[in-house]
Write a protein that binds this ligand. Structure first.
Ligand SMILES: [Ca+2]
Length: 176
């Protein structure tokens, strides 16, 4: 895997300042920056160094243990098909346990990488103890193609709850 520099620093106010481009190691990838690493320099002319180091690339749940630590639990494989950008927490099967409704995808990757478009929405049912089980698209009925960027529950004037999924450059999908 190749990580590309997304920032190139070049001092224009110093005569003869060297232009140095330092490739970043894959471990420094920060997916928040579209798969590129944010970089910084210790001094104005020192080589770029990674801003941080990522060691976990799965979408996961961090449960606060109440002692300033978090328990890390990867979400089911269905939640790993594509990057997640929208999460709605709710009890969708009305069993008293919180569930997760996820959506994402990302079309802005460089052409040689292709689009991250394998996600069609994902319903994860919680057991109340921090473990989630995926529900098939056929059973959940929550099937959304495209770049989902927000999922919200909306109350109608008649008291019904609608789930709305907003997508980049596309229509809003509404689920009853
Ligand atoms: Ca539930």
């Amino acid at each position: 895997m190749q990580i590309y520099c997304d920032y190139i620093f070049y001092a224009t106010n110093v005569a003869g300042a060297p232009l140095r481009i330092t490739p970043l190691e894959p471990l420094a990838a920060d997916l928040h920056y579209r798969g590129f690493s944010a970089v910084r320099r210790a001094t104005p002319y020192s080589p770029h160094i990674p801003f941080g180091t990522a060691t976990e690339f799965a979408s996961l749940l961090l449960l606060n243990q109440g002692d300033e630590t978090f328990r890390q639990t990867p979400l089911p494989v269905e939640a790993q098909f594509a990057p997640i950008y929208a999460i709605l927490l709710g009890d969708f099967n009305r069993d008293g346990n919180k569930d997760l409704l996820l959506g994402g995808n990302f079309y802005g990757a460089p052409p040689e990488q292709g689009r991250y478009d394998a996600g069609y929405g994902c319903l994860l049912l919680g057991n109340g103890a921090g473990t989630f089980t995926s529900v098939s698209l056929q059973n959940s009925g929550f099937v959304v193609a495209g770049e989902i960027r927000q999922i919200k529950a909306v109350q109608t004037a008649a008291g019904k709850t609608l789930i709305m999924a907003a997508r980049n450059n596309d229509t809003v999908m509404i689920f009853r």
